[in-house]
Design a protein around this ligand. Structure first.
Ligand code: ATP
Length: 254
């Protein structure tokens, strides 16, 4: 007897989205099995952010489907998808800048647990939120900055905290939007260590411009161009593709 196939942790099927006459997503399909590290690359305007918005539920597609595990979530909004285990890294302006790292992580965990942020203190002991915050801070490399106000952290540390806030929701699928954008080489290395240390069972889809980061992290890469999939393959296949080198990596191939 053969085992039933495991559904993809996250799948896009022929997703389409237009803004007026512009087709920003023109029939994109992806399937990420559980634990996959998958990168989406492509030039500015290729449709990477639009694809993320369609996957997270921030945008509704004109056509196609989004699946999380066995569930068709195409008609669901971001909150419902989050409850199914999908997280997207928070943007910097959502960092709870006036809170300490510990309080921000506890608040994110409390919100994810379905409780109002205002009342997290009351549930602290009962739910072990402080312990959870400490464990996440260790995972994201901020254990020695738990008492620091989030808004006063260095840029790289703020981006690490963004990922911590997403992790506080205990996601099974994590969407990361340019996690190393604007970072120094040292901050980029810290982020690479963080990403490499995420649980193997977590499924990760990342938009990233830094090719070293992409080739280091991803076991599968999709190249988007004008809203469509130009190529999907292993990092080696992408690196070796004349088409990608000409169209995207900007190299002359003779
Ligand atoms: N809300 C919108 N209304 C109109 N056009 C939009 C909207 N969002 C995106 N676009 C257009 O859709 C196309 C794809 O944009 P998108 O932001 O998805 O690309 P991207 O690959 O993420 O680019 P970048 O790397 O610059 O962030 C672009 O031409 C953009 O101008």
């Amino acid at each position: 007897m053969t085992a039933a196939p495991v559904p993809a942790a996250l799948a896009a099927e022929d997703l389409r989205k237009s803004f007026g006459a512009l087709e920003a997503t023109g029939g994109v399909s992806l399937a990420l099995p559980p634990g996959r590290r998958h990168a989406v690359i492509g030039p500015n305007g290729a449709g990477k952010t639009t694809l993320f918005n369609l996957l997270s539920g921030a945008l509704r597609p004109d056509g196609g489907r989004v699946r999380l595990g066995a569930a068709d979530v195409t008609a669901e909004g971001p909150d419902a998808r989050a409850r199914r285990g999908l997280a997207r890294s928070f943007q910097r302006n959502s960092l709870f800048p006036g809170m300490t790292v510990e309080a921000a992580l506890m608040t994110a965990a409390a919100i994810a647990g379905g409780r109002s942020a205002v009342f997290w203190r009351r549930f602290d002991r009962e739910r072990g939120l402080a312990g959870e915050a400490t464990a996440i801070a260790e995972r994201i490399g901020l254990a020695d900055q738990l008492g620091q106000v989030a808004g006063s952290l260095a840029y790289g540390a703020q981006r690490q905290l963004e990922i911590g806030l997403a992790l506080a929701t205990r996601p099974s699928v994590l969407l990361l939007d340019e996690p190393t954008a604007g970072m120094s080489p040292e901050e980029t290395r810290a982020m690479q260590r963080l990403l490499a240390g995420l649980p193997a069972a977590m499924t990760i889809l990342v938009i990233e411009h830094d090719m070293d980061v992409v080739f280091d992290l991803a076991d599968r890469v999709t190249v988007l161009d004008h809203g469509a999939v130009l190529l999907e393959g292993t990092p080696d296949e992408i690196r070796g593709s004349d088409l990608v080198r000409r169209r995207y990596l900007g190299e002359r191939t003779g």
